[in-house]
Ligand binder design. Structure first.
Ligand SMILES: [Zn+2]
Length: 150
């Protein structure tokens, strides 16, 4: 199997020029959107530690690691669309990012009957402390109509 060099976050950039440096701890995401994208990429690449590190300490839970790992086992992420960002630039300290992340259940990869693609449509809140953006929490929103995916 060839390793896809493109970043999972659908930026059309190579992973090493996009979310890779953040997920691998070589750089700090400069904006809330960059952090959001990198967290999506971390989900799809199974980087549990990064997801815990970039969640704000005040909303971390004891079972985060287990919940994240379980989610990764059952979910196959298939794409990300950023719908709207508010603040969250390099000079802000707060920001929100509204996005749709698409996924399939891992079972659907081997089953011909369930090919459904699901949506996580969320408005996430981010906060920057000491130069680092953190995911705080988010509101789950109803699914939206997106342009058909190739
Ligand atoms: Zn990316």
């Amino acid at each position: 199997m060839l390793l896809n060099p493109l970043c999972p976050c659908d930026s059309q950039l190579n992973y090493t020029d996009c979310c890779g440096p953040y997920v691998l701890g070589k750089a700090v995401a400069p904006t809330a959107e960059a952090l959001m994208r990198s967290r999506y990429s971390a989900y799809s690449k199974g980087q549990v530690d990064y997801l815990i590190q970039t969640r704000h300490p005040k909303t971390r839970r004891k079972d985060d690691r287990q919940v994240i790992a379980d989610g990764m086992k059952s979910t196959c992420w298939t794409g990300l669309t950023i719908l709207k960002t508010q603040k969250g630039t390099a000079t802000d300290h707060r920001g929100t990012v509204e996005f749709v992340a698409r996924y399939r259940s891992k079972e659907s990869l081997v089953s011909e009957t369930n090919q459904q693609i699901y949506q996580l449509h969320e408005r996430s809140r981010f906060i920057k402390e000491e130069g680092q953006w953190f995911y705080v929490d988010g509101d789950i929103l109803p699914p939206v109509k997106l342009k058909p995916q190739p």
